[in-house]
Ligand binder design. Structure first.
Ligand code: SF4
Ligand code: SF4
Length: 159
């Protein structure tokens, strides 16, 4: 039952994000698709119960990673890939913000050259909506809180 509920939630989230990306253009041309160059040991962290909507992915227990070979069916990619390199962070009052995911700061040129880039505001509005939907689910809210803490730690470390 919970699986169906999560499947519905992620289907809605994926519809909201649609084809939106941080830029109107393909940012992979800036970096040669650096964020899709994982290997068998690395992957994108799945959101809680996201495996209920991902058709063919390898997941590891505990870490819940989606491991890919650097190519995928774009329509079936994980949420982390769809919002990368940004993240819906949450504050103590439960308010959602969309912030650079500083865990990706060394990898992604969108974060290191942010001031020179014309971002697509529709993407950020969509990620905020997504964050609000996730925050209504206690497990997803806990996941957002933990990630926010991690992102803040990275931001403080990177100065
Ligand atoms: S690393 Fe950043 S700039 Fe490169 S493809 Fe991924 S999101 Fe785009
Ligand atoms: S699942 Fe797709 S979008 Fe995500 S890292 Fe792998 S190839 Fe890139």
């Amino acid at each position: 039952m919970a699986k169906t509920r999560y499947a519905r939630m992620y289907a809605r989230i994926f519809r909201i994000l649609g084809d939106l990306t941080p830029l109107r253009a393909d940012c992979g041309q800036l970096c040669g698709g650096a964020c899709c160059k994982g290997d068998a040991e690395t992957g994108m962290r799945l959101f809680p119960h996201e495996e209920s909507v991902l058709p063919v992915t390898e997941t590891t227990d505990g870490g819940r990673l989606c491991v890919c070979s650097g190519t995928c069916d774009r329509n079936c990619r994980p949420l982390a890939c769809r919002i990368f390199p940004f993240f819906p962070t949450v504050d103590d009052r439960g308010r959602i913000f969309v912030e650079p995911d500083m865990r990706a700061a060394r990898l992604c040129p969108l974060l290191s050259n942010a001031e020179d880039i014309a971002f697509d505001p529709r993407f950020f509005r969509a990620v905020k909506r997504v964050g609000r939907i996730l925050a209504r689910d206690p497990e997803c809210l806990a996941f957002l809180r933990a990630a926010t803490e991690e992102i803040d730690t990275f931001a403080a470390f990177l100065g």
